[in-house]
Design a protein around this ligand. Structure first.
Ligand SMILES: [Zn+2]
Length: 288
């Protein structure tokens, strides 16, 4: 670790202060609410609403434990910050496992995208600094540490993120759930949250407002997982992810039969636009 990095890690939470006002997020909620979800690899996504682009679990360059990695063309575009990665303002990572986060890849991207903020747990940030492959400005890093059972929020221009811990089931490993609000839509990513109802209970109110949920496929195929989704995410539209490439056809067929409303993307950069469900429309009208 360099002195520079050491210094950064000694800084208190001043470096996690909001960057920009919430006005743009509120304005977006009165427009037509929608978000475009782009598949990357495994549990990696690009979220886009208007001119707001957010990456989560995107930096997966090499396959790990049988799970998918970015294909060569998508990886090249990512680390060269070419479209659709040319204007990403925020990058997130759920946890440090290599099927979700690979530090050298993250460094290459962040060095090429000096305007992009990377916000994650101390676990992930420590891992990032262990790879000294490229020059990343410490100014772009936000260390996030929500207290157990609580959320911590960061606001950026047009996007708000609520971070909270959902246990992976491995002692000492931080796994974040994220609720990312952009384009008037709330998108949930749970990383590798263990199927455990009591993990979700403290966040029930927030989860009840989620519009789009990006969920490991085993939640849909395992009854206790499906029960958690039904209880805590009553209004969500679902995307299934974290599917091994060798199991993609079979899992797509199974979910197509049993949960046809769940989106399963076939390959990197496939995308879908999600809009507010009609059930939410009266609330939006009432606000006006
Ligand atoms: Zn994991």
């Amino acid at each position: 670790m360099t002195n520079r990095h050491r210094l950064l890690r000694l800084l208190p939470f001043a470096c996690a202060l909001p960057l920009v006002s919430v006005a743009s997020a509120q304005e977006a909620s009165t427009a037509v609410a929608s978000v475009e979800v782009h598949m990357l690899a495994n549990e990696g996504f690009l979220l886009r609403a208007g001119d707001v682009d957010v990456l989560i679990d995107a930096f997966v360059e090499t396959p790990y434990a049988g799970y998918g990695n970015l294909d060569a063309a998508t990886l090249d575009a990512l680390v060269a910050t070419r479209a659709p990665f040319d204007d990403v303002e925020l990058a997130l990572a759920s946890h440090k496992h290599r099927d979700h986060f690979q530090p050298a890849t993250a460094q290459r991207f962040l060095a090429a995208a000096p305007g992009c903020v990377f916000a994650s747990s101390p676990d992930v940030i420590d891992t990032l600094w262990q790879a000294e492959a490229a020059e990343v400005s410490e100014q772009s890093i936000r260390d996030v540490q929500p207290a157990p059972g609580e959320t911590q929020a960061l606001e950026f221009d047009g996007v708000r993120v609520e971070f909270f811990e959902l246990t992976h089931g491995i002692s000492g490993l931080t796994n974040f759930g994220h609720v990312i609000t952009l384009g008037g839509m709330k998108v949930l990513h749970i990383g590798d949250a263990e199927i455990r109802r009591d993990s979700f209970v403290p966040f029930a109110e927030l989860l009840g407002t989620v519009d789009v949920a990006l969920i490991p496929f085993w939640y849909f195929t395992n009854p206790p997982g499906a029960k958690i989704l039904a209880e805590f995410l009553p209004d969500a539209q679902f995307v299934a992810c974290h599917i091994q490439p060798t199991a993609l056809d079979e899992t797509t067929a199974t979910l197509g039969r049993d949960r046809p409303e769940v989106t399963v993307f076939a390959k990197a950069l496939d995308r879908k636009v999600f809009r507010k469900r009609e059930a939410s429309a009266p609330d939006v009208l009432r606000e006006r």
